[in-house]
Design a protein around this ligand. Structure first.
Ligand code: ADP
Ligand code: MG
Length: 343
């Protein structure tokens, strides 16, 4: 008798997570928030502990032919810290787990850990444990980050409310364009190994991909300004995909304006050079690790002069009606492509 076999790509990443989550109910009162946000929330005395984990797999998330190990170490920490920041929390500890093949030397691992240490110093987190094992081929690095926040400070994806203003930090699409640049240079190099890579002009976007920063600075600044975001998420899969998470989780609709989406000038030009639409890159390119959050209209005065926070639209009550107002004033439905590892 043959067993039924269903392909994972029928569900996609989010469908699979939903399916897993439906089968587990929390048993402990301390589990305040389980699956479904950037980090889990666990009650611990007066504060809550935030817990998030992310795995980077060689050949899927990074290519060592252009990702220096030091940057990889840094990025692996930054993306986890970013998920703690996305709860409006402060990161405190990480654990690092590695699966390694014998392709890697001691020196290579030292270099990886130099990057991990630099990130620990920058984000003021402590490396407190991990696990080391072998892999048949390639490198897998899994990091768990632990953070802390006061219960009332935590910003969930579910909190966005009608009338809220949608905010984005930094600029978007850079990491995706950086990836296009590096992929192109890799092909040029493979065709002619004598060619020196010509990437100086593209420094900013290459850095956005190789060495992203978690926006913990914004978490501190919002606190100083006395602004409590009503919802927050980090932009790992692309702005559009994250807006859909906010919309679905909060049961609201969102409307954003094309001309308000922040794109760096050099990123814009390079997108055009590659024959890509810069706004599509900003909407659907991933890995910028900026923060997307909503604030009450009443808080707008407090943040309106912040140089690195952009106001891209607002929240309305028509659930799942998510749209983009184009530069010439047309309203088009927003599409979320994001990344799907199973396609
Ligand atoms: P992020 O992009 O912020 O890292 P993910 O999309 O990876 O978030 O995950 C969304 C939610 O699903 C998180 O709460 C995460 O902990 C949970 N999750 C992801 N994969 C699994 C899994 N295999 N089992 C249980 N929960 C998972
Ligand atoms: Mg996240």
């Amino acid at each position: 008798m043959s067993e039924k076999r269903s392909e994972i790509n029928q569900l996609g990443e989010f469908g699979l997570i939903d399916r897993i989550s439906k089968r587990f109910n929390p048993k402990n009162q301390s589990s305040v928030k389980g699956i479904g946000d950037d980090a889990a929330v666990i009650e611990a005395g007066d504060d809550c502990v935030l817990l998030s984990t992310d795995m980077l797999v060689e050949g899927i998330h990074f290519d060592l032919s252009y990702m220096p190990l030091q940057h990889l170490g840094y990025k692996a920490v930054a993306v986890n810290v970013s998920d703690i920041a996305a709860m409006n929390g402060k990161p405190e500890q990480i654990t690092v787990s590695l699966a390694l093949s014998n392709r890697f030397s001691i020196e290579a691992i030292d270099t990886l850990y130099e990057g991990i240490r630099a990130a620990c110093d920058n984000y003021k987190v402590d490396l407190v444990g991990g696990d080391t094992t072998s892999s048949v081929s390639g490198l897998i690095i899994s990091i768990t980050a632990v953070g802390r926040a006061k219960k009332e400070k935590i910003a969930y994806r579910t909190g966005a409310m009608t009338g809220d203003i949608i905010c984005v930090t930094g600029d978007l699409g850079g990491a995706f364009i950086g990836l296009q640049v590096l992929e192109r240079e890799k092909q040029v190099f493979l065709a002619n190994p004598q060619m020196q890579p010509d990437i100086e002009r593209y420094d900013y976007m290459v850095k956005r991909l190789l060495k992203p920063e978690a926006r913990t600075d914004v978490v501190f600044e919002l606190e100083e300004l006395g602004v409590q975001p009503t919802s927050m998420i980090d932009i790992s899969d692309g702005l559009a995909s994250e807006l859909f998470h906010i919309s679905r989780n909060a049961g609201v609709g969102i409307r954003i304006y094309e001309d308000k989406i922040p794109v760096d000038g050099g990123v814009y030009e390079t997108a055009v050079e590659f024959g890509l639409d810069p706004i599509t890159c900003a909407l659907n390119g991933g890995e910028d690790y900026e923060l997307l959050f909503t604030i009450s209209k009443d808080d707008f005065e407090k943040v309106k002069n912040h140089p690195d926070i952009h106001f891209i639209g607002y929240v309305h009550e028509r659930k799942n009606e998510n749209s983009l107002i184009t530069k010439n004033g047309n309203e088009v439905p927003l599409k979320a492509q994001g990344w799907d590892h199973f396609q």
